[in-house]
Design a protein. Structure first.
Ligand code: NAP
Length: 277
């Protein structure tokens, strides 16, 4: 297997950091990035750069500096855990900028050279939430559904050029993710308190067990190195099962199943005014 030149976004912590370390140890030419270059300065990789996926000029600068890469791993992402009603525009813009427009910007910057060369791979890190929606994860799941749709269309579009696109789908991962949530000021869900408690109980019942960043990174390593990649790769059999719980059922059957796992609150009494934002 030839060594590859791999650009990874979001390497300051979690999956991106573990992936950078693992790919570099396996002899790949890794370019590790994070918003601040200082956050990746300690990584023993070929190159370390500051790259903010929400900033078009930062992406253009990276493309000018790096030239062509064999593999682009769109890993950077932010989470949000909030009732649909309570998330404000600024947080939603930041979410979509980071999870959707960011990867699209990176694709626009690095795909042309792959296309012209007739080879390359784009690995988008999505989530089980890219195909399954739970209460309080609506906005995050929407951003990952969008990333999955874009990845699927792109896969068809660039296949004739010898470029492959794959979407990786982790369930919960023990990283900094939960400490970096957007809309963190909605942790008091006000009138949605009982719904939030139900959502938490549902999560414990139906989510895949949490993986380590290293376990997820191993799956991404395989997606980087494989001869061919499928459309989607859940990062564990349990993550695949969590997706199949939803995709393997029609809407009505699914809701009956879900409400049977943990019955929803009938009519929440609420916790006061959640505030208007
Ligand atoms: P993490 O530890 O919080 O890492 C997220 C990375 O994204 C950090 O390196 C962060 O770097 C970077 N990032 C955030 N905003 C950025 C921006 N504007 N530009 C460039 N980089 C940015 O979380 P993680 O769990 O490793 O997340 C990695 C991916 O896995 C994400 O796409 C996430 O949606 C997905 N995922 C996570 C879980 C989970 O439970 N943890 C589950 C399913 C999917 P800086 O903030 O230092 O710049």
């Amino acid at each position: 297997m030839p060594n590859r030149r791999v650009l990874i976004t979001g390497c300051s912590s979690g999956v991106g950091r573990a992936l950078a370390v693992r790919l570099a140890r396996r002899g790949h030419e890794v370019i590790a990035s994070a918003r601040s270059a200082a956050a990746v300065a300690d990584l023993d990789v070929a190159d370390r750069i500051g790259l903010d996926v929400t900033d078009p000029e930062s992406v253009r600068r990276a493309a000018r500096r790096l030239g062509a890469v064999d593999v682009l791993v769109n890993n950077a992402g932010r989470g949000m855990r909030a009732p649909v009603e309570l998330a404000g525009d600024d947080d939603l813009r930041a979410l979509w900028e980071t999870n959707v427009l960011g990867p699209v910007r990176l694709i626009r910057a690095f795909l042309p050279a792959m296309r012209e060369r007739g080879s390359g791979r784009i690995v988008n890190v999505s989530s089980v939430a890219g195909r399954r929606v739970m209460p309080l994860t609506g906005h995050y799941a929407a951003s990952k559904h969008a990333l999955e749709a874009i990845g699927e269309a792109l896969r068809h579009e660039v296949r004739p050029f010898g470029v492959e696109v794959v979407t990786v789908e982790p369930g919960p991962v023990r990283t900094e993710f939960a400490r970096n949530l957007l809309a963190a000021d909605t942790t008091d869900p006000g009138p949605y308190r009982e719904v939030a408690e139900w959502a938490a109980e549902l999560g414990r019942a139906v989510n895949a067990p949490a993986q380590t960043a290293e376990e997820v990174a191993d799956v991404v390593v395989a997606a980087v190195e494989a001869e061919r990649v499928p459309l989607r790769i859940p990062t564990s059999p349990e993550a695949a099962r969590a997706i199949a719980d939803r995709t393997g059922r029609g809407d009505t059957e699914y809701e009956e199943w879900l409400y049977g796992v943990v019955p929803p609150p009938e009519r929440p009494t609420g916790g006061g005014d959640a505030g208007t934002r």
